[in-house]
Design a binder for this molecule. Structure first.
Ligand code: FEO
Ligand code: CA
Ligand code: CA
Ligand code: CA
Length: 679
């Protein structure tokens, strides 16, 4: 989460807007794509996608008719007993100093190049980016979105050997927009908003699928590839899992509560063991407004607006249904006559198959509804359930774990595994043990707690739509803003960043969140107790200035000028076991603290050696990192450079420089001698 700017206009007295027919933009885009697929590249695409193209109805959700027999027990997969090895040779670079440069800094012997900034033409008519921010909504729908965040590289052969390090699909999130920089003169505000500004803002959200290829030492976008795709805040998508079809999801658009339009505030992500992409919906609640005298609990507990949506999309002057839906106030006779339930169709992990350009995204309700930062999967084990973890990034919210009901088999694995299972929430005990508490209406421990609290749930859909309330009831541990997770590729040890928490007081510190007014954050980790709903945890690292100590005795580690950091956020354990830590300090923390600009550090999880590898430009967040399978190319995302700018005065001009409008972009990092990243 960052300091999202909220428009400050008085919208009192705005009359309810009437409904019109759906915006046809995306139907048109899909028609164009189908025509393209019939063209010259269709044979190659079919070869890549195999049978999935043949039956592409967008439903990758079918459980196979028969699964192989489990090897032995069907108990949960969990951490093995194997110990992690030090990755010291992969931290051979010379740590760089903190700095306040409007540039990317990497260690001596490394190079960094910006790539696919906001506005890069990607699909359709390939509209060129306009430096004065005068592109239209239709342009933006065919260009790379804004505010790059979570990112994953799927090698082109991901579904077979997964070793291709020179061609793949780079899939990334676009979290939000910077209102002051997004339009030439900033947003147009008044009793209504120009519909095309709204269309453009919605189109800059979501996900980009970008087919990229390495030629010589340069990476380039494969222009014209049918894999290139924009998924936005307006793309039709299905709602799957226990909440699908719930009356609480019924809207004028989807009276049976099985679909919705768009994904919003896409922050972190996760790659599934079957090579699909999950995008997280984080601070989605603020995009909506509900002016009813009393908000339903599934709105109030998440912070749905009471006066206006974050960007006033509900006031688009076309009054098109696509925009009216952001007003969740009760207007019609029933939920099927208005959008009172529209916010209930957001707050999920959304599955996208980048290798099937026509597949509709699937919202996976079994993973819960909250401010999903991202998701991270435990290593998949043949014949065992799928396990994944997700944090809810808000002050004093929780960390969750999902265990699938069905077992994983590589040959048949798919999104159906995320439709049925149990969602748990974490309780961290003071003695270093922890428990996973079930949020399951068929579990007597859950129903007993609900009864004690005097809270009723109609069914499991109600539980999941009110995940935060269900977790409250179970007595989960309130955390210092859980952001990304990472899992060790061989041991299964789990790491989570807790970015900071200004509301933590001395009176409510606990062992897992041990500092009052936690301004610099920390990283917690745990190992699962095999076959049980419990774990053992410790604090891996405390953020802070030079001299900050984590642990005691011979296990104590002290931060130095090579690695002091604050507000850890992005986290990735690469396939070799190097832990990459990214920071999201506020503008003032970067400007006045000792840490310089936001940055990325590399850590050895065994020795806790930590070295600063990367420093971002002015007023930017470093968020999202992935690599090629050979770990010789790293892709790092830079979000909101110059976010303290005004429409006429930019605090950064990265990546172009020379006073240009700052733009979020990806950074490609390589070692000049062609060696392994980190060495
Ligand atoms: Fe979008 Fe919690 O960062
Ligand atoms: Ca953050
Ligand atoms: Ca952010
Ligand atoms: Ca984040």
């Amino acid at each position: 989460m960052t300091d999202h700017t909220v428009y400050e206009i008085d919208n009192s007295g705005i009359e309810p807007l009437s409904n019109h027919s759906n915006n046809t933009t995306f139907a048109e885009v899909m028609t164009q794509r189908r025509q393209f697929l019939k063209g010259s590249l269709s044979t190659a695409v079919a070869a890549f996608m195999g049978a999935s193209l043949v039956g592409c109805g967008g439903d990758d959700d079918k459980k196979p008719a028969a699964s192989p027999t489990p090897p032995s027990s069907s108990s949960e997969s969990s951490s093995s007993s194997s110990a992690a090895s030090s990755v010291a040779p992969l931290l051979g670079f010379t740590a760089i100093a903190a700095n306040r440069n409007d540039a990317i800094t990497v260690p001596t012997g490394y190079s960094a190049t910006s790539f696919v900034p906001w506005g890069t033409p990607l699909t359709g008519t390939m509209p060129a980016y306009k430096a004065d921010a005068t592109n239209t909504g239709a342009d933006q729908e065919q260009q790379v979105g804004a505010h790059h965040d979570g990112v994953h590289f799927f090698p082109m052969d991901a579904k077979t050997t997964g070793t291709n390090s020179s061609e793949g699909l780079l899939v990334m999130n676009h979290e939000y927009i910077d209102d002051k920089l997004f339009h030439k003169n900033g947003p147009t505000l008044g009793a209504t908003r120009p519909a095309d500004e709204v269309r453009k803002e919605i189109a800059a959200h979501g996900v980009s699928v970008i087919h990229i290829r390495k030629t010589g030492s340069n990476w380039e976008v494969v222009n014209g590839s049918p894999f290139n795709r924009r998924i936005t805040g307006a793309t039709p998508m299905d709602i799957r899992g226990p909440a699908s079809g719930s009356a609480m999801l019924a809207t004028k658009y989807s009276p049976n509560g099985t679909s919705t339009r768009g994904t919003l505030n896409n922050c972190g992500m996760g790659a599934t063991p079957w090579n699909t992409y999950l995008t997280a919906e984080e601070n989605w609640a603020g995009y909506f407004v509900n002016k009813d005298a009393t908000q339903a609990r599934e709105h109030k507990r998440y912070g749905v607006g009471t006066k206006n949506g974050r960007y006033f999309w509900e006031l688009a002057d076309s009054a098109a249904d696509e925009y009216v839906r952001f007003d969740a106030s009760t207007k019609g006779a029933t939920a099927m006559d208005d959008y009172r339930n529209e916010p209930n169709t957001f707050g999920y992990m959304v599955e996208i198959d980048p290798f099937d350009p026509e597949a509709r995204p699937q919202k996976r309700t079994a993973l819960g509804r909250f401010g999903h930062e991202g998701v991270i999967f435990a290593p998949a084990v043949e014949g065992k359930p799928v396990v994944c973890y997700s944090g809810d990034d808000s002050q004093n919210e929780y960390i969750y774990k999902f265990i699938s009901a069905d077992n994983y088999y590589k040959a048949t694995a798919g999104g159906y595994l995320l439709n049925t299972g149990v969602l748990y929430v974490a309780k961290f005990n003071a003695d270093g043990t922890g428990e996973w508490l079930p949020l399951d209406i068929t579990n007597s421990a859950f129903t007993a707690k609900a009864a004690t609290a005097g809270v009723t749930f109609a069914n499991q859909a109600d539980v999941l739509i009110n995940t935060r309330l269900a977790a409250d009831i179970m007595g989960a541990t309130k955390m210092d803003r859980p952001e990304w997770g990472a899992v060790h590729p061989t041991t299964g040890e789990v790491y989570f960043t807790l970015t900071n928490n200004s509301s933590r007081t001395a009176a409510n510190i606990d062992a897992a969140n041990p500092r009052a007014n936690n301004a610099t954050g920390h990283i917690i980790r745990w190992n699962e107790d095999a076959g049980k709903n419990s774990f053992k945890w410790d604090i891996f690292l405390l953020g802070g200035d030079v001299g900050t100590v984590t642990g005691t005795g011979d296990k104590a580690v002290t931060l130095t000028a090579d690695n002091h950091f604050a507000s850890p956020d992005g986290l990735w354990m690469d396939p070799r076991g190097v832990l990459w830590i990214q920071t999201d300090m506020s503008g003032s923390q970067q400007g006045t603290g000792p840490y310089g600009n936001n940055q990325m550090l590399a850590a050895d999880p065994v020795t806790k050696q930590v070295k600063r590898f990367f420093v971002g430009p002015i007023d930017a967040e470093v968020t999202g990192v992935t690599g090629t399978p050979d770990m010789k190319t790293l892709f790092v995302n830079i979000q909101h450079p110059g976010d303290r700018s005004t429409p006429t005065s930019f605090t950064s001009s990265w990546p172009e420089g020379g006073g240009a409008r700052p733009r979020s972009a990806t950074v490609i990092v390589t070692k000049n001698d062609g060696g392994l990243i980190g060495s």
